[in-house]
Design a protein around this ligand. Structure first.
Ligand SMILES: [Zn+2]
Length: 250
């Protein structure tokens, strides 16, 4: 068998292998998308929880202040009743009024914090629903991915062994070219020469349809042990047995 025949056989296995793996590929894409969205939701959840914690700390601080102010007010009320001079009385009264004003302001601040916390709680509840919904999709994606992988696992290892055997007979340099083309064109590494018009010696690459010099066709017909890549799309070119038979018979 010629080098091109060996490569065509390898190509056949390579394509089957990639075809099988692409079935897993779509399940993998679905899983990755679900996973990414889940991570975004969890990150947002963590942000909101941190903000809620900070708000709660502030609210707790206001509450402590209020308690202290209430105690002081209670004490001042008693002192007001037992004031011995007018001066003392006015001083107590003034402190009480200042304190009441500050307490009122603190109440307002506390209410504002509590309202922010309520908003955050509502956002968090919505987010939790979204996380639960996404978790269902993610679980489905994981199951699907595992099923797909299991489905093809046996056939894939069979084909991989087969590919190793086919690749073993090909010299290193053409094998490297083949592997690169297979990766670059997702398994579509080879293209045959297409005859457009025999009389006018017009030929093209079957993959990209770009015309090729007749000289190259002649070279391909002659040499069986060196590779030629399409000048345009870089796929490995070959002459089909039909075309070869026809050309030889003439
Ligand atoms: Zn081409």
């Amino acid at each position: 068998m010629s080098l091109i025949d060996d490569l065509l056989e390898l190509n056949l296995v390579e394509r089957q292998l990639r075809g099988l793996q692409s079935r897993v590929g779509s399940a993998e894409t679905f899983f990755n998308a679900q996973n990414r969205q889940m991570n975004e939701l969890l990150q947002r959840q963590e942000e909101l929880q941190t903000r809620r914690k900070q708000r709660q700390v502030t609210a707790n601080g206001f509450e402590t202040d209020t308690k202290a102010m209430d105690e002081r007010l209670e004490k001042l009320r008693n002192e007001l009743n037992t004031a011995e001079t007018t001066k003392q009385y006015s001083a107590f009264l003034e402190e009480m009024n200042t304190l009441k004003k500050t307490r009122g302001e603190t109440d307002e601040l506390t209410l504002a914090e509590m309202s922010e916390i309520e908003n955050l709680d509502s956002d968090l509840a919505t987010l939790e629903e979204a996380v639960n919904d996404r978790q269902k999709l993610l679980t489905r994606a994981v199951t699907e991915l595992e099923e797909r992988k299991a489905e093809i696992a046996e056939r894939v290892s069979e084909l991989q062994r087969e590919r190793d055997v086919k690749a073993a007979v090909i010299p290193e340099s053409p094998l490297q070219t083949f592997n690169k083309c297979a990766d670059d064109f997702d398994g579509d590494a080879m293209a045959h020469v297409e005859e457009i018009d025999k009389k006018r010696r017009e030929y093209c690459c079957s993959s990209c349809n770009v015309n090729m010099p007749f000289n190259n066709v002649v070279k391909l017909l002659g040499s069986v042990d060196s590779l030629m890549q399409c000048e345009n799309c870089l796929r490995i070119l070959y002459i089909t047995p039909e075309m070869k038979a026809e050309t030889v018979s003439k």
